[in-house]
Design a protein around this ligand. Sequence first.
Ligand code: BG6
Length: 491
Amino acid sequence: VKKYPAAITIFGAKGDLTKRKLIPALYNLFIDNHLPTAFNIICVDFLEVNQDEFRQDMLSGVNEFSRNGAAEIEKWNEFAARLFYLQGDFLKNETYGNLNEKIKSFEKEAGQTISRVFYFAVAPRFIETISDALYQHNLCNKENLDRIVVEKPFGTDLETAKKLNRFLGKRFSEKQIYRIDHYLGKEAVQNIMAFRFANYVFEPLWNKKYIDHIQISVSEQVGVGKRGGYYDSSGALRDMIQNHLLQLLCIVGMECPGAYKSEQIRDAKTKVMKSVRPYTNAEVFKNVVRGQYTAGMINDDLRPAYRQEEHVSSSSLTETFVAAKLFIDNKRWEGVPFFLRTGKSMPAQSSVVVVQFKDSPHKIFRDDIVPNRLIISIQPELEISLLFESKVPGLQMKLKPVEMDFTYKESYTETIPEAYEALLLDVLHGDATLFMRADQIEAAWKVVMPILDAWKKYPQKDLNMYKAGSCGPDAAQKLLKPYAKEWFELP
Ligand code: BG6
């Protein structure tokens, strides 16, 4: 890939994302020599902060959050010399005038065409204003080199997402718009495609004939923390299911694309998303469980109830847990349930995909009772294991399931990049494979809309309370019947 000098602008310099994820990711790309030789990073925000203070703050972010631990001071100084803070109100014209000057002077210094990346690490209400200003000031107009990166939430429902797509579409070409879902940058998530399409042993079994059901579960030990303001108007369905879990469903359920090429992969994913069966109101309450956490203990820590969290209404009906049974109406998956589950304040952090195969059709052993299971663990451990029946050594024919394991720790010495490193580098390279296209994001909203509508219509109905530190409401276990007794938990 030809590396053009890059001017990277981050709107929302003082936000959490910039400090925890974006700057540590860019710094790691820099020390591993992945950034172009000439680059600069301009971080824009409203607050008055001087250059040194800002750089110091970003350094503390790297020291605390980077996968490599504390920064090497010489390297950091080299990096920091290209890191700038620009004070400016997103709503004011002069901000973009100042930004333009900065970028122009970098361009002059570089002495050649540069690529411009504008990262929107801002509250959704600023996306349109900033986009329009970039457009009006001609800041982002080279179709092949200038890009915007838009964080989730992308709209709050189908209508607002469509509106935002139209708004952006009038100002930029689709090629320039990178809608980010950081789950797609996770190493173990990228590996699902390699696992499925580069290994001939699994793909022939990857269908309704051999698969009984699939579980996709992302549990989090954290509560809503300081994000109550945003979360209380969002909820787990919008925050996690509409994006991260449905993206996982697409990767697990998609057909093999014609080639490992951005548009072909995105076509295949969109196609499967469009085949998810929409529910009626009554079906929603039968197939989708919502819950909210009450106070409880996690690792000797008393956690507050959701309703007691900062910036959360004391009578909030927002869900912090969702479990859903979805079907993909196509030839491959007809009748195979995809169970999705996510929740906050659960016993442990764990993201897994579990593919449960059907029972042996003809049993010749009495204790052949455990079906084959493929477990793809995305985090915290990265591993894939296959569960199968085996004879216990001894004089009798007795079976017990065992596991065949592949762990990243044992198989690779390479370090595992953070999702944001992979995704930021893709943006710089102009590779949109792991980003969502307009039609795909709308298709994802179409899947969750009937659920949002049913809950809106019956706001109190079946909101199940679960204790912090538990695995969610009982109704979520019942949802699995008769396919499984319980959700798969990592040991
Ligand atoms: C974000 C959600 O998109 O993903 C958060 O807004 C959630 O609520 C986070 O905690 C989970 O990401 P990860 O990478 O920690 O699993």
